[in-house]
Design a protein around this ligand. Structure first.
Ligand code: NAD
Length: 380
């Protein structure tokens, strides 16, 4: 039997508790340390997982662990990750990579060197591991949709004022890095990159429309051009009462798919050998929907029904399978720091575009331009 991978969870808040549950139940890992400067928060995690040791800082726990999991406010991610990587540990960072592209660029260099030395350094993007996302990515990359042409992505959620008031870091540029897009919509922005490749230019508008006492947007819309020429529209909002779904439509010259709240709702692809399942010119003929769509791509076992707490843990569990495999096999993790850096630059480019009212090249953001451009959500 191989040794268990000993883990410290750094940041024992909402998502830290989720990680602890997944790690505790996973056969490859042993949860050993709960790190939080707020003793009450680490104590609450210890109460849920007896045997865990509580520490105020990650340095205190480093000697005890192989893997450090960063679940702290977004603007603190890379300072903490840097220390753990420098100490030779494997590192999992909650999304987003950070809020600052310059820090991300520097860290990506460190992470590449760490990967050469056998360390696994990755960022949580659990929806990349949803069976529906994986199936659509396979179809697009395998040419089953023909030439990818466009996508429509929306995260139409509702967060009440209590959510923003629940933590001083929420809704701040310095620690949250943005609102509906950086916090909630970054998963969907990341899936657009998974399906359509590199975004190269964006044009966006963003506003704060339904909340108070926050610096960031609760509603943002952008058009995006990808390197392949495909075009997408992206809406992210926490001001859509009572809260609808996260949805992505992907279209190509020979197929389309719709994922709604992680479920494959619609799938139509050119069949192997060039036959169109519905016949030429058919709009819905041959397309499959709902459970049939999932069966078409071999997802018959996906649990039915709306998104649940179970699904929330399930996404992280799938990504931890990937982390465990990468560590034990010395393999590249499914999400690299470069993947996460691209998604961060994509999101920042959207904010810069909304702030300046102009088209922005993602490459310029990745080259370190616009570090101080600040979006004023009342006027942008
Ligand atoms: N993948 C997802 O679906 C998902 C969902 C929710 C949150 N997140 C991400 O997880 C992160 C945390 O979000 P949350 O909702 O759990 O926040 P939270 O406020 O509930 O918890 C953050 C915790 O970090 C602790 N902390 C702050 N600074 C620290 C430090 N230097 N060292 C150790 N602990 C520190 C705080 O005391 C708190 O206990 C954010 O980056 C957020 O974007 C991801």
């Amino acid at each position: 039997m191989t040794d268990l991978i000993r883990v410290a969870v750094v940041g024992c808040g909402v998502i830290g508790r989720n990680h602890a549950r997944v790690i505790d139940e996973h056969p490859a890992f042993e949860l050993v340390a709960a790190v939080d400067p707020v003793a009450e928060n680490s104590a609450a995690l210890v109460a849920e997982h007896p045997g865990l040791k509580a520490y105020p800082t990650p340095q205190d726990a480093l000697d005890e662990v192989d893997l450090v999991v960063i679940c702290t406010p977004s603007g603190t991610h890379l300072a903490l990750a840097q220390q753990a990587v420098a100490a030779g540990k494997h590192v999992v960072i909650e999304k987003p990579l950070d809020v600052d592209v310059a820090r991300g660029i520097e860290f990506a260099g460190l992470a590449r060197r760490a990967a050469e030395a056998g360390q696994v350094v990755t960022v949580i993007s659990q929806h990349r591991f949803d069976p529906a996302s994986a199936a659509v990515a396979r179809a697009v990359h395998g040419g089953r949709f023909g030439k990818p042409t466009s996508a429509v992505a929306s995260v139409a959620w509702w967060r009440d004022q209590d959510y923003y008031d629940s933590g001083a870091w929420r809704g701040t540029w310095r620690l949250d890095g943005g609102g509906a897009l950086m916090n909630q919509g970054v998963h969907t922005a990341d899936l657009l990159c998974l399906f359509l490749g590199r975004p190269i230019e964006v044009q966006a508008s963003a506003r704060l429309l339904a909340h108070e006492r926050v610096e960031v947007e609760d509603t943002v819309a952008a058009t995006v051009v990808f390197e392949s020429g495909a075009i997408a529209v992206l809406l992210a909002t926490t001001a859509a009462y009572p809260g609808l779904t996260a949805r992505i439509q992907v279209h190509g010259t020979e197929g389309s798919a719709i994922i709604d709240n992680d479920r494959l709702e619609y799938f139509h692809a050119k069949a192997a050998g060039g036959r169109q399942p519905g016949g030429a010119g058919s709009v819905t003929g041959g397309a499959v929907t709902g459970n049939q769509a999932e069966a078409e791509v071999g997802l018959a076992d996906t649990p039915a029904g709306p998104r649940s707490d179970h699904d929330f843990v399930l996404g992280h569990r799938r990504q931890y399978d990937d982390v465990a495999h990468a560590i034990s096999a010395g393999a590249r993790p499914g999400v690299t720091i470069d993947d996460a850096l691209l998604s961060l630059a994509f999101v920042r480019a959207i904010y810069v575009s909304a702030a300046l009212g102009q088209r922005i090249l993602v490459a310029d953001v990745l080259a370190g331009q616009y570090p101080d451009v600040h979006l004023d959500v009342r006027t942008s």
